[in-house]
Write a protein that binds this ligand. Structure first.
Ligand SMILES: *Cc1c(COP(=O)(O)O)cnc(C)c1O
Length: 394
């Protein structure tokens, strides 16, 4: 059987990840391989560490890219810190907090879930109460950017609580790193991880990961060995550390080339400019979607600039429209997960996907489909609302 050449359909990726890639990142993927212990490759790893410290805004020496997608970073954050019997407070207001709590339990830890309705933030006061009522707690874990709901969780108040209670602060920055501020050092975050395919605009496969000195001390003081061999940071440290460079597992060379290039692009743009771009495009998108009768799920002030989650009125056939967007316009957006299935759309404007042209292309396609469906009678209304945002001076 001859398997034919594969030519992917053209897509505009505006879902919850992966995001669009810059041509320079695609080109970096085809760079000839080096051995993962080749001195020339080790120099590249040093550069990646420097660039990762820059996007994480940290001086943490232990700042690396974990082999695996964001979930590998999530799992690494728990297996390295949590020993059987340890209690961890986990903010649960969507899919990813839920997943994190389940990982804590699989590691033999006790997950103390502080819940909030999907679409709302986890209230710092609820975390404060949990810290008061629980016995000793090893860590507090919160998702900064809940990709299942579009909620932007404020971190500073929780950071203060963690310092007051001398407990480790774990943050999931998968849908924020490179698109919204992640200030690891200023917010005293002890374990922070992300994923390459979201706001860094790289293919999926690596998880940027950083550990504070407090986290490293906690790992050193473990009574039991890490539940995972593959994700044991005490072992992986010997590969990334200058001086030792010991083999642990083969580094995903091509992915690291791609990440290096993606991070160079972030540095060239500059973090403040990048955050403004994400904010502006999400505001224009929300202005347009609101005109279409699609209000954001999270309240004002807690909406992510990188992922917009809007509720769909019941008369609109959510999955049919999403299918038409893909088949007619080549545009991918995301549907709802869990209890939000069939009720929301999740539109990612992450990294290279966050542009004015993409926002206007999507709104134009949605307007056309809404007019065809008979749910919109004033063509141009969403595009005009978005354009008004763009005409405001920055
Ligand atoms: C995407 C995502 C993950 C998981 O990342 P994968 O790359 O899919 O493994 C974890 N947390 C959040 C908030 C995410 O958006």
């Amino acid at each position: 059987m001859a398997v034919k050449n594969f030519v992917p359909p053209r897509r505009l990726l505006l879902g919850p990840g992966p995001s669009m890639l810059h041509p320079r990142v695609l080109r970096a993927l085809s760079t000839p391989l080096l051995g993962h212990l080749d001195p020339a490759f080790l120099a590249i790893m040093d550069e990646i560490q420097t660039l990762l410290r820059f996007v994480f805004q940290t001086e943490n020496r232990f700042t690396i890219a974990v082999s695996g997608t964001g979930s590998a970073g999530m799992e690494a954050s728990i297996v390295n810190i949590v020993e059987p019997g340890d209690a961890v407070i986990v903010g649960v207001n969507g899919v990813f907090g839920t997943r994190w709590a389940s990982i804590v339990e699989r590691c033999g830890g006790k997950a103390i879930r502080v819940e909030a309705p999907w679409g709302q933030i986890v209230e710092p006061d609820a975390i404060r109460q949990a810290l008061r009522q629980s016995g000793p707690v090893k860590a507090v874990a919160v998702v900064q950017a809940e990709t299942s709901t579009g909620v932007w969780q404020p971190l500073e108040p929780i950071s203060h609580l963690c310092r007051e209670h001398d407990t480790l602060f774990l943050v999931d920055a998968v849908t924020s790193l490179g698109g919204a501020p992640v200030d690891v050092d200023r917010w005293n975050i002890d374990v922070c991880y992300s994923a390459t395919q979201k706001c860094l605009s790289c293919p999926p496969g690596l998880s940027p990961f950083t550990l504070s000195d407090r986290a490293l001390a906690a790992i050193k003081a473990r009574r039991t060995s890490c539940q995972s061999w593959y994700l044991d940071m005490a072992l992986i440290a010997d590969y990334w550390a200058e001086g030792t460079r010991a083999y642990h597992h083969t580094a995903p060379i091509s992915m690291l080339y791609a990440l290096r290039e993606a991070l160079r692009l972030v540095e060239e743009e500059g973090l403040p400019a990048r955050f403004v771009r994400h904010q502006r495009n999400s505001e224009a998108l929300i202005a347009g979607l609101t005109e279409l009768g699609l209000p954001p799920l999270p309240p004002i002030g807690h909406r992510l600039p990188t992922l917009t989650c809007v509720t769909i009125p019941s008369h609109i056939p959510e999955s049919e429209i999403r299918a038409s967007l893909l088949s007619t316009y080549g545009i991918e957006i995301g549907g709802g997960l869990g209890p939000l299935k069939g009720k929301v759309w999740r539109i990612g404007l992450m990294g290279e996907s966050s542009t004015e042209a993409h926002v206007l292309t999507l709104l134009n396609a949605l307007e056309t489909l809404f007019i065809l469906g008979g749910w919109l009678s004033t063509p141009g209304i969403a595009l005009q609302a978005a354009s008004r945002v763009y005409s405001r001076r920055v």
